[in-house]
Design a binder for this molecule. Structure first.
Ligand SMILES: [Zn+2]
Length: 318
């Protein structure tokens, strides 16, 4: 029998339930929705979580599509799923947990007696570190972003190669291979010996079907490659960035992009112009380095100094 919260499944069974992480302000129990899919045959354990950031809903779309397709009778090993990690953020579709104004993905490995986010981090970290692989499904919040996978342990980490392999198998086509900030699940779980990636499934308000498809395909690639399911996964070379250049608006107005997401840019190429509302060009911003146009703001209007876009740099193929 394998349990996660109130979900318990014997080999060949699946179950859903709740993982208690505390109480709301009115004293109602907070239970994260969880699923256990226990394969009929022995094998490894995969942990998947979605909505660590409460406005990042594509991962929830992936979970909602993947879980009904899983048949424990065809599965070797176990899949543990937390369908919504940032419970409070999800209720109001906000990035951070409004109870403590914290980003859940800066609170790992968490603290059972800590803040609201630290408690959620603690409970989900306990589940994640029972696994052999972790997929923490994210996206570029509500901005526009390519589909990519992040490896956050840093290149000197003993699990770097294993995390990179997992990222490559997930196969979004792009990888960001850069040590992440303290408190990320994709940094804390490798410290416990568990290869972990952050698939970043585009960027959308609500659900983006194309990005959700990338995620569904990625999860099944992982399940096949690591022997949870029969079948082969073709592993393709990925375009890998090691850093970002971020660009802000030199003046206020509306942004007119000169390149598309995913397009290669050379140093000196114009990335965007800022015009006034009558289309008069006020400023033009060009790339400082070669790279790939990775991410951009969704709304066209900018104040001077406001974030506009990012270019992934120091690109290679992996
Ligand atoms: Zn995120």
């Amino acid at each position: 029998m394998t349990s996660l919260g109130t979900a318990s499944a014997a080999p060949g069974e699946m179950d859903t339930g709740r993982l208690t992480v505390g109480e709301t302000r009115d004293g109602t129990t907070v239970g994260l929705p969880v699923a256990v899919i226990n394969g009929v045959d022995d094998g490894e354990t995969l942990y998947i979580q979605a909505a660590s950031d409460g406005d990042e809903l594509n991962g929830v779309g992936v979970v909602a599509r993947v879980v009904p397709q899983l048949d424990p009778a065809e599965l070797s090993g176990t899949i543990l799923v937390v369908g919504i990690a940032n419970y409070f953020g999800f209720q109001v579709a906000e990035h951070r947990n409004p109870i403590d104004d914290t980003k859940l993905n800066r609170a790992y490995p968490g603290d059972a007696r800590g803040s609201s986010s630290e408690r959620i981090a603690h409970a989900t970290f306990e589940a994640a570190t029972r696994a052999d692989y972790v997929l923490d499904l994210h996206q570029g919040s509500t901005s526009r972003m390519i589909n990519e996978v992040r490896v956050r342990c840093g290149r000197h980490h003993r699990l770097h190669r294993k995390c990179l392999e997992l990222a490559k198998v997930f196969d979004c086509g792009y990888i960001l291979d850069q040590k992440g900030p303290e408190g990320q699940l994709a940094r804390a779980a490798p410290d416990e010996g568990v290869p972990t990636i952050d698939p970043e499934l585009g960027g959308a308000v609500g659900w983006d079907e194309e990005s959700i498809e990338y995620g569904v395909r990625g999860v099944f690639n992982v399940l096949r490659h690591y022997g949870f399911l029969d079948g082969e996964t073709e592993v393709h070379p990925q375009t890998r960035a090691h850093a970002f250049d971020r660009y802000g608006a030199p003046s206020g107005g509306v942004v007119d992009y000169r390149v598309e997401l995913g397009e290669e840019v050379a140093r000196g190429d114009t990335l965007f112009r800022v015009t006034d509302v009558f289309g008069q060009v006020k400023a033009e911003v060009s790339a400082d380095n070669d790279g790939v146009f990775w991410r951009s703001r969704r709304l066209p209007q900018v104040a001077s100094g406001e974030y506009v876009c990012s270019v992934g740099t120091t690109i290679d193929q992996y």
